[in-house]
Design a protein around this ligand. Sequence first.
Ligand code: HEM
Length: 463
Amino acid sequence: MLETCAADPVSRALYPPTVPSPERPLMLRRALFEYLRNPLRVLSRPVYEEPMVVFEPAKGRLVVWVTRPDLVEQVLVGGPDTFQKTEVERRVLGGSLGDGVLTSVGPHWRWQRRTMAPLFRHQEILAYVPEMSIAADGLVSEWRRGGAAVRAVDADMIDVTFDVIARTMLAGGVPAEAELIKREGTIFLANSSWELAWALMKFPMWLPHPATFARKRAARRLRGAVGNIVARRRAEGESGNDLLGRLLASRNPENGAPMGDEDVISNVLTLLEAGHETTARALTWALYLMARAPDWQEQVRAEVLSVAGNGRIEAAHVPRLALTDRVMKEAMRLYPPAPVIVRMATTEMKIGDATIRPHTQIVIPIYAIHRHRKLWEDPDRFDPDRFLPEREKALPRTQYMPFGAGPRICLGMSFAQVEAVVLFATFVRAARFDWDGHHEPEPVSRVTLRPKGGMPLRVEPIS
Ligand code: HEM
């Protein structure tokens, strides 16, 4: 497989930062240390080179990393009852997201997913585009008021994607609690690695770690804030057709009971959280890549101007913004916003040649699959042409999978894809993004993929 490491500055810019990978799987203590710095640092070289890696860092603690597309398919798409979401995920996210659609399993999950699915139908998503454009224009106006400046683009993207999710999912628009929800959501996830490490070590939940207090406080504030939003809607007495309305009107098919307040809060919070931070990360990395690759940036700008002129981006423009879409896809290949999926084997079974015992953690490292040496040519190079239609068609569906696969595939996938294109097109048309030539942020997994040290970029509005 071709591996290139370019020496000249222009080509070097096309090789954006990666996560350092150890030569071999790490033994327990070292793995724990690296895990707390960045969980992706435990992905050793073989994970990027082999179809699957089975490793026992300590007696009885087996970890399996699966990367070959047909094996990934077996885990995620094959028997939904054979491989389930794990207790780890529930433990890490459950404090704030409760037993909502992202963290539950079995009939409780199925009911919730069915209740929310209509919000993500094609027609609904197209109807959300004007709100997406309004939110994007709001940020552009702020940039124009400030003039050319170095901005924390990561924070800007969190603000704008939260604005979109609140405007589209909550009929009342952006609630008074928005700032608190954004702030506490970020704190909750920033402290996730301790909980993850504790869970993987099978330490009991009552055993505190340095982030226990911060996480509990953030979760309490988040649930309290969303509880206020739910209580206000109940007091208004009408349900409405938005997310909250649907949840309040839904009935459990098994017993006809309405959804309890705790589950309503869990699901509103799930969509607010799952629905903004991931897309914010995708946009942040995409703008960084544009700043490193000004030629691509010019091409995207030219496409947006030719498709939409200087007017607001509309639903009809989205399918015509093909190059813009390819750039977003390549950004999510190099920097998948949700970089790892974990499942647990419920029964003894085989993956490839390996026999997997019940309760074994199966890790699907999307980040490593997207940069796998045997699957991609020159995998660390930024090259949106990988997603030209005929080349994209040839990719197995579990080789490029920023949204996961199978029955638990991202509920908001189409929403996120449309939103990313609308926002990205609006931003690249409205401003130039410059890289200082030095900032090489390590991608760090805190459930979502964050740039270490944030993402300061020079943003120069185009008049
Ligand atoms: C670029 C943006 C996004 C990415 C990369 C992303 C990625 C993912 C991935 C990988 C999963 C599967 C997790 C697993 O199998 O364990 C997932 C699940 C989910 N996502 Fe997204 N997501 C994005 C945006 C959104 C948006 C905008 C929403 C809602 C508005 C959303 C809502 C959800 C929900 C509810 C689930 C759980 C589905 C279930 O378990 O049935 N996501 N997402």
